[in-house]
Design a binder for this molecule. Sequence first.
Ligand SMILES: [Zn+2]
Length: 181
Amino acid sequence: MKKVFDPRRLDVRALARAGGELAGQWPLAGFERLCASLRAGDDGAVPGQVTWSARGAEVPVRGGASQTWLHLQARAPLPLACQRCLGPMIEQAQIARSYQFVADEAAAQALDGEVEHEVLVLERELDLHALAEDELLLDLPLVPRHAACPQPLPGADDAAAAAAVPESPFAALAALRNKTR
Ligand SMILES: [Zn+2]
């Protein structure tokens, strides 16, 4: 019989042992902390969906206990307000993270600083929704801006306006994306 996994109360170890995979969509409006930074539509609700998938994996270790891993991917069109023209814009968020789960805080601290990937303490139930929200929050652009604002700013010198706001890697990426279209 196939075990049914609940992404809001996920048994990470069991998912890893099964080599299981989960996927789905969550409405952006359900991410309360994230929505505080997003631009709501005319009806007051934040539109859009987070499309996500998660895969558990058990990695054998020679002469030791196997490792428990979770790979999380999520993407979402985040409605934001451009900080240059204050108009609406969409930031295509895309995250892909791998987490190693360890037994306790001491094991996590021992690994911290030695490895590049994320280390989390294994709990009985993991809220994947909250984890995805944490990652999307970390991924938010500090200063969301259109690559090129649709409306010229009244009376503002564009170069001066651009210089006043530090360049974010997202703006550069967005500019690249727009060029290839
Ligand atoms: Zn703009």
